[in-house]
Design a protein around this ligand. Sequence first.
Ligand SMILES: Cc1cc2nc3c(=O)[nH]c(=O)nc-3n(C[C@H](O)[C@H](O)[C@H](O)COP(=O)(O)O)c2cc1C
Length: 157
Amino acid sequence: MKNCILFTTKHGSAEKAALSLKEILKAETDIINLKNVKNLDISDYDTVILGASIYIGKIQKLMRKFIRENLNELLKKNIALFIMAGQKEKAQETLYNAYPMELFDHAFAKEFFGYEMILENMNFLEKAATKAQGVTQSKSEIMHDAIEKMAHHINEL
Ligand SMILES: Cc1cc2nc3c(=O)[nH]c(=O)nc-3n(C[C@H](O)[C@H](O)[C@H](O)COP(=O)(O)O)c2cc1C
């Protein structure tokens, strides 16, 4: 069994969650930032975990493109999906809408892993948009219980 965690992130919270997940997976696990690879070959992996963060309701374009281009191969693997999203109350709906329906239905695990909003790391527009949502202080709430739940499912495969 070989796992691969593929993630996209803008400010690093998806990477932190991906690293936490990797730490508690029993099988050999590669962890890859999609930004750093071209023509990624996933044929070696039995399980692929895809993780991305939500900006204006969507996961990163790079992740959407990767999924579009590799959908047939992804559908032949064990798939787990996670998102990082600041709007906790809408997180399940956001997760449901984040990935293509076919992949979402195929995935054996789907989790909301929490969020980070670190104002000092944001650019002017991001900071303004965040403050307009009523967030005036930096916050970090990575949900380790959800990460452990997913790890448990993957370790059972
Ligand atoms: C400009 C901006 C837009 C965002 N839009 C959404 C959104 O539409 N829905 C949501 O749930 N969270 C939203 N968030 C919160 C991010 O998803 C959250 O901060 C996440 O942890 C960022 O992940 P990253 O550090 O991996 O980039 C937004 C954050 C920023 C700064």
